[in-house]
Design a protein around this ligand. Structure first.
Ligand SMILES: NC(=O)c1ccc[n+]([C@@H]2O[C@H](COP(=O)([O-])OP(=O)(O)OC[C@H]3O[C@@H](n4cnc5c(N)ncnc54)[C@H](OP(=O)(O)O)[C@@H]3O)[C@@H](O)[C@H]2O)c1
Length: 314
């Protein structure tokens, strides 16, 4: 039987690591695409040991860097004959961060990591995915996008390359939410663009998951305390990793594309109304996403930026 190959970005901690273990346990060849090989080596060894599957490879990838993505894809294609599944899991969110940061190609770091990086990676791997019998891409989204139920909320399109970094107050959560909304918009658009190639593109709206100790270690001190308290009640990453596995492998989703799933693996629909009681249901429920994601103006702007900044026309 042909080997099934999966790439998971940011697979050295949290949900990505739990997903790498799940796929390895199920016999997949897993490519852990991580930016820090030194710290990721321990995770790779742990996964090989726990899954009893030696086909777990570690490759260097900084998703925020276009140069790194190009280099990763060239190496991957020279080593592997095809790709079955790509999970764009890695993300930038540095809790409590006050400073606006730019990627190596001078793009705001949340957008470089959470939107443009996944776009470029998917685009460069498209021809390898096409060689699979059942190619699937899954993008890790978040409930943070519910802030777009606020009719005044907009993606900061005018500040993605440092244009207003010295004059506009930076809010790491706003930028994170904006970049994940852009990733959701991209999911819908990519699903259309990749239909003819048979590649299914979906997103998962992740809600609460226990944060890894590695991620907590990176936080500013007051956030560490808060994260540890939240971890007492939040579910383990393995629960979300099971969702990754099911959405990317199950027969039930074989022909499903351009959808956003909630953590119960139900398809989330665009909100039909964003007023009154309906709006309260939108905000507290898990059945609807903001109409903002389907607005053709926003779709066009996200797609234009992706193709312009990465020089990819597909
Ligand atoms: N946990 C939650 O409650 C929650 C809620 C909503 C959505 N999500 C989403 O779920 C996904 C996984 O989150 P998590 O909680 O498992 O986070 P995590 O434990 O912090 O893992 C994030 C991973 O991304 C990697 N990463 C960050 N920037 C990268 C870059 N430039 N290049 C390559 N890898 C990079 C990190 O690597 P390093 O170790 O090198 O930093 C780490 O392995 C993310 O997309 C996140 O936005 C999580």
């Amino acid at each position: 039987m042909e080997e099934k190959i999966i790439i998971i970005t940011g697979a050295n901690s949290g949900i990505g690591k739990a997903a790498a273990l799940k796929f390895a346990t199920e016999g997949y060849r897993v490519i852990m695409a991580c930016r820090n090989l030194k710290i990721s080596l321990a995770a790779q060894q742990e996964i090989i040991h726990l899954s009893d599957n030696k086909l777990v490879d570690l490759m260097e990838l900084d998703v925020s860097s276009f140069a790194s993505i190009h280099s990763f894809c060239a190496t991957f294609k020279s080593k592997y004959p095809h790709l079955d599944i790509l999970i764009n899991n890695a993300a930038y969110l540095n809790h409590g961060e006050k400073e606006y940061k730019l990627s190596p190609e001078n793009i705001e770091l949340s957008f470089a990591t959470n939107t443009f990086g996944p776009f470029l990676l998917s685009s460069l791997l498209k021809n390898h995915l096409e060689k699979s019998k059942d190619p699937r891409i899954l993008n890790a989204c978040t409930t943070n996008i519910k802030h777009f139920f606020d009719p005044k909320r907009r993606i900061e399109f005018d500040n993605l390359q440092g244009e207003l970094k010295d004059t506009r107050t930076y809010n790491v959560y706003k930028m994170y939410g904006d970049s994940k909304m852009a990733l959701l918009i991209l999911t819908f658009k990519m699903a259309e663009e990749y239909k003819d190639a048979g590649i299914k593109v979906n997103a998962l709206q992740i809600n609460r998951v226990k944060l890894s100790k590695e991620t907590i270690e990176k936080m500013h001190s007051k956030w560490k305390v808060l994260a540890r308290i939240q971890n007492l009640i939040n579910p383990a990453p393995s629960r979300m990793a099971d969702n990754y596995f099911d959405i990317c492998t199950s027969e039930a989703y074989k022909n499903v594309t351009g959808q956003l799933f909630n953590h119960k693996r139900e398809i989330i629909k665009p909100a039909t109304s964003e007023k009154g009681i309906a709006q309260i249901k939108n905000i507290f429920g898990i059945s609807y996403y903001p109409k903002y994601a389907n607005d053709p103006k926003n779709v066009e702007q996200v797609w234009k930026l992706c193709t312009k900044l990465t020089f990819i026309t597909n």
